[in-house]
Write a protein that binds this ligand. Structure first.
Ligand SMILES: Nc1nc2c(ncn2[C@@H]2O[C@H](COP(=O)(O)OP(=O)(O)O)[C@@H](O)[C@H]2O)c(=O)[nH]1
Ligand SMILES: [Mg+2]
Length: 271
């Protein structure tokens, strides 16, 4: 983008408001009058690679906030649309599960519940092991002891990569080499952490494509048999809407396996 492009482009919020300009003379908004403007907003969001389902929910939410609102002037419309958009986005982006990992770890520790276990999953090469190492560093900085569990027992070099991270960070590593059942390695690592009173176990896993049934079942088994406190899905930001497909299928695979094994789906929802 050139400097001229940037100067000419309206801000994102102003851009959305322009779709509502036609309503300037309307005294009280109704669903029918809002429909064309909301349809334009939805099309603009989809054109900007926002998932259709999210664009739809956002517009429904904004529409519900504006329906019946009295409009004094264009200034009122602009402020009302911005407020409705902000509220709708806040509602959409507010996590349903606690994101205060430190508090959750402290709570489990206080209850004597054993090590807090986090599994990292995602497709191949997205940065699972790197994110795991960064998380270990973050937890260490907050005074927690950490064990890395080398449960990518498939990809050549995965164990050595994690060993290097562990050495650089000065944290313990549990590994049993390659070709092992990842669920069993994770179980042994968690046992080791319990015996050594380690606060957190970070479980590395092999990458897998969301459409690969057998590999997804192996991940689901690891999760269902080890009951981690969190499953972190690591995604590549640049893949756009494919990330939603990945996340949905990872979630479905874990939920299906838990339903089959009578497990509790909520404890392992992907974050
Ligand atoms: N640019 C960039 N590269 C990253 C990031 N995270 C990981 N990488 C690199 O991507 C490659 C794969 O990372 P890795 O953690 O091994 O991915 P995994 O296969 O999902 O475990 C490595 O070369 C990392 O250094 C990131 O956030 N940005
Ligand atoms: Mg890895």
């Amino acid at each position: 983008m050139t400097a001229t492009d940037g100067a000419a482009a309206p801000s994102a919020a102003a851009g959305v408001v322009t779709f509502f300009r036609g309503l300037a003379g309307v005294q009280q908004l109704s669903a029918a009058e809002l429909a064309p403007a909301l349809a334009s907003v939805r099309d603009a969001l989809v054109a900007k690679n926002v998932t259709a389902a999210i664009a739809e929910r956002l517009c429904d939410s904004v529409g519900a906030s504006l329906d019946g609102v009295r409009m004094a002037s264009m200034t009122t419309i602009a402020a009302t649309v911005r407020g409705a958009l902000r509220d709708a986005l806040t509602r959409l982006l507010t996590p349903r599960q606690s994101t205060d990992i430190l508090a959750d770890i402290a709570a489990k520790r206080a209850a004597g519940g054993g090590p807090f276990v986090i599994v990292f999953c995602g497709v191949n090469g997205v940065g699972k092991s790197t994110s795991l190492a960064k998380t270990a560093y973050y937890l260490q900085r907050h005074g927690l002891s950490v064990l890395l569990a080398a449960c990518d027992t498939f990809r050549a070099g995965a164990v050595e990569q994690l060993r290097t991270h562990a050495r650089c960070l000065g944290v313990d590593l549990y590994d049993r080499g390659y070709g092992r059942d990842a669920a069993g390695v994770a179980a042994d690592a968690i046992r080791r952490a319990r015996d050594t009173h380690t606060d957190v176990v970070l479980v590395d896993t092999a990458g897998r494509m969301q459409d690969n049934g057998p590999l997804m079942a192996a991940l689901a088994k690891l999760v269902a048999t080890n009951h981690p406190d969190r499953v972190f899905f690591v995604g590549e930001a640049l893949v756009g809407n494919d990330g939603v497909d990945q996340l949905t299928k990872f979630n479905a695979a874990l939920a299906d396996h838990q339903a089959g094994s009578g497990g509790c789906a909520s404890s392992t929802a992907l974050c």
